[in-house]
Write a protein that binds this ligand. Structure first.
Ligand SMILES: *Cc1c(COP(=O)(O)O)cnc(C)c1O
Length: 456
């Protein structure tokens, strides 16, 4: 059959509250045109993030009731631990309250002054935790991954020649190498099995462990199955097991591919490092059999990790993103191509060439999508990465993007059709869009709380 259907039926629903364009104009004004300030109920389709926004299954909700809340030795921990070991083969499994807590523990031990951590592209919390420890984070993404509309299969790959050259110079400063699958900050683009193998071989040459930032490991495995020769007949579980067989450790936000609303973990093979991590865990998160979570959360993660391996689910998931991308491409809307695993990224500088970077073209589009159709997207451009030079002049980031992240199992095809219709209408009237200026900004992470005004 040509039609790919949602591989679930809906048992429990929550209402969407509708607003008019006039009401949305008022609401946007009240929050200084910052979409992070909006109440969830004032949004019709919320595509701000795919993190922690998944719909849990009936079995996950049943698991919530089944959760064992024993302080030590909870049955739910052992189920969770067994599931992580089955997929990853890693020996020590350390639960945390979310992905950044796993990063914080790891880098507080192996980071520090003089240390450098290479990655294909560090996610912002990873970079922040590395830099907070005093260490440096560097990105070694392959050249294809930097060209927004270049069609290539594995635009998340690490540049292995660069990694080799980097380690030749700096090996003594590098405690481990990371690889983010899929590459969230680079458009959700996948990393090939061959690239994971090649990175591992380079790590072996310099005797460095390889850690995966594995938040979207199952989406990455589906891309390997459908795009990389030799994997078409392997199961998703087999592909995941092979990916993790090259890893010495991993950090994970369960809010992505474990289909839960909160949770994360760290898993690794090195006994001494695992012991050190657990020592920090006890101080900052909790006892090793619950980390920062309740027993019921561990139960829901274990169940989510089973469900994420379902190929029908992954086919529907990846197709949803591609389906939205296809509709937009047909209407001429500029995007990052091919579409990645969890989001569609609009190319705001091509969408609005008349708005210069320092007038925030991504912000203008994100506000227009909200006004036109109540859609909440996320600006990833000069607002988020806004830096200024020594004279206070703005430095333009590499790309001006608007991310439409799709929550897992939450929206149906007609919701996606609606999103496409709204974006296309905004695109058709793009000449009318005006730039924005910032009227108030905090000293750090300004995108969350800055206030804006449209330039008249
Ligand atoms: C979300 C994410 C994290 C951080 O996880 P949180 O659960 O949000 O703390 C780290 N790396 C990547 C690639 C992510 O997408």
């Amino acid at each position: 059959m040509k039609t790919i259907i949602e591989p679930f039926r809906i048992k429990s629903v929550e209402p969407i509250y509708f607003t008019t364009e006039t009401q949305r104009q008022q609401k946007l004004k009240e929050v200084g045109s910052n979409l992070f300030g909006l109440k969830g109920d004032d949004v019709i389709i919320d595509l701000l993030t795919d993190s922690g926004t998944s719909a849990m299954s009936a079995k996950q909700w049943a698991g919530i009731m089944e959760g064992d809340e024993s302080y030590a030795g909870s049955r739910s921990f052992y189920r969770f631990e067994a599931m992580v070991k089955k997929i990853t083969g890693l020996q020590y499994v350390i639960p945390t309250h979310q992905g950044r807590a796993a990063e914080k523990i790891l880098f507080s031990i192996i980071g520090g002054e003089g240390v450098i951590i290479p990655n294909n592209t560090h996610f912002d919390t990873t970079r922040a935790n590395i830099e907070f420890s005093g260490a440096k984070a560097i990105d070694l993404l392959n050249a294809q991954g930097k060209i927004p509309d270049l069609i290539a299969y594995f635009k998340g790959n690490m540049d292995t020649a660069k990694l080799d050259a980097f380690l030749l110079e700096n090996a003594s400063k590098v405690p481990l190498v990371m690889l983010t699958i899929t590459n969230n900050s680079g458009g959700g683009q996948p990393v090939a099995m061959q690239n994971i193998k090649d990175v591992k071989a380079i790590c072996d040459k310099y005797q460095k462990p390889l850690f995966l930032d594995a938040c979207r490991f199952a989406e990455n495995a589906y891309f390997i199955k459908t795009r990389e020769a030799g994997y078409e007949n392997k199961s998703i579980l087999e592909i995941c097991q092979e990916m993790f067989s090259y890893a010495d450790g991993m950090t994970m936000s369960a809010k992505k591919d474990a289909l839960v609303n909160i949770g994360g973990f760290l898993a690794l093979n090195n006994t001494e490092l695992a012991q050190k991590c657990r020592n920090v865990l006890v101080v900052t998160e909790g006892f090793p059999t619950y980390g920062g979570l309740a027993g019921r959360d561990l139960e829901a993660i274990a169940q989510g990790l089973e469900e994420i391996l379902d190929e029908n689910y992954l086919q529907y998931r990846i197709r949803t993103i591609e389906y939205l991308g296809d509709k937009l491409v047909k209407a001429g809307v500029p995007l990052i191509l091919p579409t990645g695993g969890h989001a569609v990224y609009l190319d705001a500088s091509k969408f609005c060439p008349h708005i210069p970077s320092h007038e925030f073209p991504g912000q203008a589009i994100a506000c227009a999508l909200y006004l036109k159709g109540g859609i909440r997207a996320c600006e990833i451009g000069s607002v988020m990465f806004g830096k200024t030079d020594e004279n206070g002049e703005p430095i333009a980031p590499d790309l001006e993007l608007v991310r439409l992240a799709i929550p897992r199992r939450v929206y149906t095809q007609s919701h996606i059709d609606y999103v496409a219709e709204v974006i296309i209408e905004v695109y058709e009237e793009r000449e009318k869009l005006k730039g924005y200026k910032i009227t108030h900004e905090p000293p750090m992470l300004r995108h969350f709380t800055a206030e804006f005004e449209e330039i008249a």
